[in-house]
Write a protein that binds this ligand. Structure first.
Ligand SMILES: Nc1nc2c(ncn2[C@@H]2O[C@H](COP(=O)(O)OP(=O)(O)OP(=O)(O)O)[C@@H](O)[C@H]2O)c(=O)[nH]1
Ligand SMILES: [Mg+2]
Length: 625
């Protein structure tokens, strides 16, 4: 096992059949994404292919290569969710074709913001033709998010333009904000297979949070418990898989036939499969309208699910318009508000719409209900949780609740959703992202571990010192410690903080000096040397003395008077025995019994009084009952 891989990106191909997507991937990465025998024989991609490479900047890129053939569009749809950028491929000799348009519509509906337009097979055309095709493509992408994206002519055969393409992709990815780690990982599965000696392996693009080896997870929607035995990203073993990466997970507890494309792997209790989702639906231009109760196919994550479309604000959604719908699914879907999806008509097959899920646990709505529609509008205008998550991600020390809400213009109840749904942590007046809180915990525990190692005798580190060591703002510090204390991560004792497992112990070099002092004390019996002498002779520190006192090795009956454990126990027993038979004892009697002197016996008896073992009555001591 090696360290977690650095942040990486997932890039998908898109484009018409035979336009050179797979050839381009191979030219860029050296990996042939067409892995099936049938694909190699027919010279076409049937199912998703995967490759990876590093850009000139060092960015790791995983590539999902999709089939262009219309018949395999459902495979394409399983591959494009979660991509950071698209390589939108058009063959220069043929120009835009039907799946050029369909794939473009899909990546646009899925909200893919980044990409490069790649003109392939430029070795087959004349420059004037190239110019014509380029102009046509510019017109094609104008209404979409790819509008201003770089257009790079290449030839995978001659290698022309490949370096420029890498530079352009690098520049595009440089502009992406890192995928938010909301502490809610999901791995929509696109493949499952058995590996000899390992068992079940599933792959997918990980989103939402990290997975770690030994994590206990569930496979949804069927709810089956599994454990992660191993993780790989880009063919490297990792202990932690980070979101926004192609990820392979080796699972214990599930046969490969019981998990497959469309399933979702996630921590237990975080996602609830649902038959109903409320969604904003955008209908593509130039097609038939979507009617109330139309039966369509929902493509979400890697899943394909038949749905009935319940239109909430219209009887038909016309091409090019946007409306509200409740999608009633034939089998449960595993979704999160904010997820994008695609809707297709089963026959004749056609991509007709796409949209965004705004509610994953809606009630059945009355149609045309102004209140329902207003509520949906509110959710859509800005999913406040999503907005808060991205706002919060900017603050490693969290943000005051008030400031956070003001930044977004959200209500207080949203913070509750933020902690419930997005793993954020509330600490007094502060709200931290799940990641920020985990980092804070790491800083605190490693500062304490270091401190305990350097000062094994001290029971703990002062709160003040811990605060400045971890760079935590004062107002956050005590709240954070209280929370970590409640969670059993640290132990707070007065002004000191320690790790729960820390037991003060003597360091090696001091153990010898302390032992010598103890030997001297033991040999002295009831006539111990003054503590100050012991301290001087054995160079004892106040901490060491405190340690000896707290472990009971010495009993400090007065400021400068200490007894060894044995001597004290013996003295106590002698006095108690005497008192049981004679009821009373004077200082002089005790002195004689212990063959000691008044100098030691007086503080000893006073100590026993203070310990509520004896009580003073006139010049005598009696036993307390
Ligand atoms: N001359 C020339 N031929 C190319 C180039 N790129 C791809 N080809 C050829 O075009 C054909 C199709 O290429 P693929 O890479 O399989 O196309 P694809 O887009 O992956 O096709 P599907 O996966 O079926 O959608 C192959 O015979 C390639 O050799 C290029 O830059 N120049
Ligand atoms: Mg291909």
């Amino acid at each position: 096992m090696t360290d977690p891989a650095p942040a990486a990106y997932v890039v998908g191909t898109a484009g018409h059949i035979d336009h050179g997507k797979s050839t381009l991937v191979k030219a860029l990465t050296g990996i042939d994404p067409d892995r099936l025998e049938e694909e190699k024989r027919r010279g076409m991609t049937i199912d998703l292919g995967f490759a990876y490479f590093d850009l000139p900047s060092g960015r790791h890129v995983g590539i999902v290569d999709v089939p262009g053939h219309q018949r395999f569009l459902k495979n394409m749809l399983a591959g494009v969710h979660g991509i950071d950028a698209v390589l939108f491929v058009i063959a220069a000799d043929e120009g835009p074709m039907p799946q050029t348009r369909e794939h473009l519509a899909i990546v646009d509906l899925l909200g893919v913001e980044r990409g490069v337009i790649v003109l392939t097979k430029t070795d087959l055309v004349e420059p004037e033709w190239l110019q014509l095709v380029s102009d046509e493509i510019r017109g094609l992408v104008r209404p979409t998010r790819l509008r201003d994206k770089p257009l790079v002519p290449v030839s995978s055969t001659t290698g022309l333009g490949l370096e420029e393409l890498k530079q352009a992709l690098d520049a595009e990815l440089a502009g992406t904000t890192p995928r938010p780690d909301t502490g809610r990982p999901r791995l929509p599965v696109d493949r499952s297979f058995a590996m000899a000696g390992f068992g079940t392996v599933v792959t997918g693009t990980l989103i939402g949070g990290s997975l770690r080896v030994d994590d206990e997870l569930v496979v949804l929607p069927k709810v089956r418990r599994v454990r992660v035995r191993g993780l790989q990203q880009h063919n490297r073993d990792v202990v932690e898989a980070r979101p926004g990466n192609r990820t392979a997970a080796n699972l214990v507890g599930v046969d490969r036939r019981e998990i497959g494309r469309g399933d979702v792997l996630a921590p237990p209790g975080q996602l609830k499969p649902t038959r109903r989702v409320d969604a904003q639906v955008t209908v593509l231009e130039g097609l038939q309208p979507i009617r109330h109760r139309d039966r369509l196919l929902l493509y979400h994550g890697t899943a394909e699910v038949p749905v009935e479309t319940i239109l909430l604000d219209a009887d038909a959604l016309e091409p090019g318009t946007v409306g509200w719908a409740q999608l009633y699914a034939q089998t449960p879907v595993v979704a999160v508000a904010g997820d994008h999806f695609i809707l297709r008509r089963p026959a004749p097959p056609a991509t007709v719409a796409g949209g965004v899920i705004v509610d994953v646990s809606p009630r059945r709505h009355r149609r045309h209900d102004p209140q329902v529609l207003a509520d949906l509008d509110r959710r859509q205008t800005q999913d406040p949780v999503a907005a808060l998550v991205s706002e919060l991600a900017k603050y490693p020390h969290g943000l005051r609740r008030e400031d956070l809400l003001r930044a977004i213009g959200a209500d207080h109840d949203v913070v509750e959703r933020l902690t419930k749904e997005a793993g954020a942590v509330e600490l007094g007046a502060f709200v931290l992202s799940g990641v920020a809180y985990r980092r804070l915990v790491e800083r605190v525990t490693s500062a304490l571990a270091e401190y305990h190692a350097a000062h094994p005798l001290r029971p703990g580190m002062s709160r003040e010192e811990l605060k400045s060591r971890t760079g935590t703002p004062a107002a956050l510090h005590s709240e954070a410690l209280a929370r970590m204390g409640a969670d059993g991560i640290v132990l707070e004792r007065g002004a000191e903080v320690s790790l729960p497992g820390h037991v003060p112990q003597l360091g090696q070099d001091e153990a010898a000096r302390v032992a010598a002092a103890q030997r001297e004390l033991a040999a002295a019996g009831f006539a111990p040397p003054p503590l100050s002498d012991l301290v001087r002779r054995h160079r004892l520190t106040p901490e060491q003395i405190q340690y000896l006192v707290s472990t009971g090795e010495v009993v400090r009956v007065a400021d400068d008077t200490v007894f060894g454990r044995e001597a004290y126990a013996q003295a106590l027993a002698t006095i108690q025995t005497h008192l049981r038979t004679h009821q009373r004892i004077t200082v002089a009697e005790a002195r004689d019994l212990l063959q000691s002197s008044r100098k030691y016996v007086l503080p000893l008896l006073e100590w026993l009084d203070a310990q509520k073992i004896t009580r003073r009555v006139g010049d005598d001591r009696i036993l307390r009952t």
